[in-house]
Design a protein around this ligand. Structure first.
Ligand SMILES: *Cc1c(COP(=O)(O)O)cnc(C)c1O
Length: 381
């Protein structure tokens, strides 16, 4: 029987045919006037999606490249850095800051929960931090963390705020400037619906001043060089021009659909997915109030790995499992970027059939019915 492959992991995500086609355009030199003109226009579109007046630099490299570029461009050995860790990607910031010699203070939340604001507030009041690192959307657990509260604290106590929005920018309403985020990082292969290989950082004037006065030990991942080149609409080294074309097309698609519509679609997909999971008697890993709009993680009294492999084999749906301590215990469905309701109804229907096959009690249609209900009513109560 024919089975189509459908990529519903929380990144890389599905790529629209228009974006794939854009990558077939002829390569141009990155020191040419044509590239400069194109780059300048592209940066304007990216700034709209980031909701920022700050410059957004585009790096050739996956999301972690932008994370490392940010940390290494700001941190000197011995600097005090606060890392808010709510899962795998929060840990990455702490590891990076340590690699570059920072004195790292870690605030940890149980996986599936968000950070405790009182604890963070106390720490920031007690100690002068140069940099605070946080994850907006923790892809490993499906939790969205409160960033505006951190922005207020960092403004008040004069720390730079670095935020990882790799799996949420382009799908969720992120107000970079209003939230006072100095360095906002994202990547290509999540809600931006691009192939992997590009990452982005918006740089506030305050962050730029620190970066320009820093003796950083980086070379390829220097934000100082990236920003200096960008001032002439160039890049320090050869960029992935094909992915720049793809980014341009993806930005056009996002802006044409309209940011508000894109954000509403992601919210509705998330609500529909969460309601389906609950209707099937499965358990959401994160409470609804802190649930991500781009990825849903759930567990249940069932062999999740067996369900996952059946989903792939019988229906071609690739969904993710858990990482580290959650390995083998959860399923994560990505609903970001180039994803519509037919995709969601499909994966929930397939999930029900696979659950039934491994012996989990399912009344067929119950999950997909709950998802349809959210779609029909335009939201849940
Ligand atoms: C995917 C992701 C990253 C970046 O990972 P790469 O593999 O380097 O692209 C960083 N943070 C979060 C929250 C992510 O989801």
């Amino acid at each position: 029987m024919l089975v189509k492959n459908r990529l519903l992991i929380p990144g890389p995500s599905q790529v629209p045919p228009e974006v794939n086609a854009a990558m077939a355009r002829p390569i141009i030199g990155h020191r040419s006037g044509d590239f400069a003109k194109f780059h300048e226009e592209l940066a304007k579109k990216l700034k709209q999606i980031f909701q920022t007046e700050n410059e957004v630099v585009i790096l050739t490299g996956s999301g972690t490249a932008a994370m490392e570029a940010s940390v290494s461009s700001v941190v000197n050995p011995g600097d005090e850095v606060l890392c808010i860790v709510t899962g795998k990607f929060g840990e990455r910031f702490a590891e990076l800051a340590k690699v570059y010699g920072a004195n790292v203070t870690v605030v940890e939340a149980k996986w599936g929960e968000t950070y405790d604001l009182d604890t963070v507030t106390k720490l920031i009041q007690e100690k002068k931090f140069k940099l605070v690192c946080a994850t907006h959307n923790e892809t490993s657990t499906g939790v969205t963390n409160n960033i505006p509260a951190l922005g207020d604290l960092c403004r008040k106590y004069d720390a730079l705020l670095l935020v990882d929005a790799v799996s949420s920018m382009g799908g969720m309403d992120i107000k970079t400037d209003e939230w006072n985020v100095d360095l906002m990082v994202s990547g290509s292969q999540k809600a931006f619906m691009l192939p992997p290989g590009l990452s982005f950082v918006s740089i506030s004037p305050k962050a730029l001043e620190v970066i320009n006065n820093n003796d950083s030990t980086n070379y390829y991942l220097s934000l100082k060089k990236a920003k200096k080149s960008q001032d002439k609409w160039s890049t320090p080294y050869t960029p992935n021009v094909s992915l720049f074309y793809a980014l341009d097309e993806a930005c056009n698609m996002i802006l044409k659909e309209g940011l508000d519509t894109v954000f509403m679609r992601h919210k509705l997909l998330a609500e529909a997915c969460q309601e389906a999971v609950k209707a099937l008697g499965l358990n959401l890993l994160a409470k609804e109030e802190i649930s991500s709009y781009t990825v849903t993680a759930f567990t249940g009294n069932v062999d999740t790995e067996a369900v996952r492999s059946l989903l792939k084999k019988k229906f071609g749906f690739a969904v993710a499992g858990g990482q580290d301590s959650l390995k083998g215990k959860i399923i994560r469905i990505g609903h970001m970027g180039y994803m519509d309701f037919a995709d969601l109804f499909g994966v929930i229907a397939a999930l029900e059939l696979c659950l039934k096959e491994v012996g989990y009690p399912v009344e067929l249609g119950k999950g997909v019915g709950a998802a349809m209900d959210v779609f029909y009513r335009g939201g849940r109560d």
